[in-house]
Ligand binder design. Structure first.
Ligand code: SAJ
Length: 420
């Protein structure tokens, strides 16, 4: 069965670009989202998220009648699920969005349909998903029941795109395809080849699920190594960025960069899925998570020490000291504040600092509610002219571009090595 109509469930940072990519290859695409604002915005040909090049592709697709958004699934030849998989308070994965998406599409499934899960998920989710569908649709057969002869094909094909480069990475990156049977994998590969320039690499569903978790855990562990080095180097009065640059001259050493912690909704979350399923074995992965999660508190201690020095030297009262925090986003040159260590550090500062706190974040116009009334959104030059203590949290290009002569402050906590 060919793929004339493709449905993407979840129109966020992954689902909407994927829907747009299929539509740009002249496929009919039905996007589904429970967020009515997202549905209305997309149907106007606009986008509700910030991502380079996405707006143009969505506008074209909607104008040509190839992409439309709805709030309930409709019949299609293939369904791709790209909904969030956060964790709960105990770090256990929360599959409620995946389950809701699966159950919402069950009524419109027909023999020959392909169902793909793209959301980052713990090992075994695809088998669980097939079980939910089998209960919802006893009139159809699924791969765990009928193997290659099943009415419905199911595969796990994780997304791997980097926010801010999604429209390029979606097309160019290789795609791991984990079908429940070889036939499921073959059909999933056929679907992605509609827009994919990278390779489709076929494996089984469990390996594909673990592969996604492994990629993000690898990065988390490596960032933890850099963050641990930064704490050690502070004790030893060594510049960690110089140290890493020197060590990376070795042909087999490639250390990542320390920062105020690890943010976003992927790298700070996904390793916990491995830990939750393998608590006794995942020792390094858990420790890396803890090292990265502890880093914001360490940064706040450095800010407290800088303010104490400033008070000693200037003889002023603590309420006269102005702190300026540079950056709130979870990484450079984006507006996404989810799980942002920079935001967390700023929140912690406002809990003890008695003086004014300025925030410079060129990518947002409105402060998050957690900072409402506690800080002042300031422009870069005003903050540099008035603040006593500078806290560099996110190396946005506007901050990297600053000449050293623009910075007169003596008290600087630079978590990104920009103003070293
Ligand atoms: N970070 C550092 N030091 C570094 C690199 C990153 O502190 O050297 C921090 C960033 O500042 C940020 C966090 O790590 O707070 C995560 O940023 P990131 O750029 O490493 O990754 P994400 O979360 O934007 O996207 C990741 C990507 N995964 C990998 O690179 C293995 C992306 O390909 C995935 O598709 C995405 O997670 C996802 O959706 O899972």
């Amino acid at each position: 069965m060919s793929f004339d109509t493709i449905s993407v469930i979840g129109l966020g940072y992954v689902g909407l670009p994927t829907a747009a990519a299929f539509a740009s290859r002249r496929k009919r695409v039905i996007g589904v989202d429970t967020n009515q604002h997202a549905v209305d915005t997309i149907n106007r040909g606009a986008i509700h998220i910030i991502e380079p090049d996405l707006g143009r592709v969505v506008t074209d697709a909607v104008r040509q009648g190839l992409l439309r958004a709805v709030s309930q699934p409709q019949p299609a030849d293939a369904f791709l699920i790209a909904v969030p998989t956060p964790f709960q308070h105990d770090h256990e994965p929360d599959l409620s969005y995946v389950k809701a998406a699966v159950l919402s599409l069950a009524p419109v499934l027909e023999p020959g349909c392909l169902v793909i899960l793209e959301s980052t998920s713990p090992v075994g989710t695809i088998e669980q998903m097939a079980g939910w569908l089998a209960v919802a649709r006893p009139d159809l057969t699924f791969p765990h029941q009928a193997g290659e002869a099943a009415d419905i094909n199911i595969a796990y094909c994780p997304e791997r795109v980097l926010p801010s480069k999604i429209m390029v990475e979606l097309i160019k990156n290789d795609r791991v395809i984990g079908g429940m049977t070889p036939c499921c994998s073959a059909r999933a590969a056929e679907l992605y080849r509609i827009f994919l320039e990278g390779e489709c690499v076929v494996t089984n569903a469990r390996t594909a699920e673990m592969c996604k978790l492994t990629e993000n855990s690898f990065r988390d562990v490596n960032i933890a190594f850099a963050n641990e080095l930064s704490v050690i180097c502070a004790e030893q009065q060594i510049n960690v960025w110089e140290l890493i640059a020197l060590a990376n001259r070795h042909p087999r050493v490639n250390i990542l960069q320390p920062g105020p912690g690890v943010g976003g909704h992927c790298i700070a979350v996904d390793p916990w899925f491995i830990v939750a399923q393998n608590p006794a074995q995942a020792r390094l992965i858990r420790t890396a998570r803890q090292i990265n999660d502890d880093k914001p508190d360490w940064v706040v201690e450095k800010v407290k020490a800088a303010v104490a020095d400033c008070l000693n030297d200037s003889g002023r009262g603590s309420s006269d000291v102005i702190i300026a925090c540079f950056g709130l986003a979870f990484k450079p040159d984006i507006d996404d504040l989810r799980e942002s260590p920079a935001l967390y550090v700023t929140e912690l500062i406002t809990r003890w600092h008695r003086g004014q706190t300025l925030v410079v974040e060129p990518n947002v116009d409105v402060l998050p509610t957690s900072l409402d009334g506690l800080v002042t959104l300031a422009d870069r030059d005003h903050a540099l002219a008035t603040a006593d203590v500078l806290v560099m949290l996110v190396d946005h290009h506007q901050f990297r571009a600053l000449a050293p002569s623009a910075i007169r402050q003596r008290w600087i906590v630079d978590t990104r090595g920009v103003w070293r």
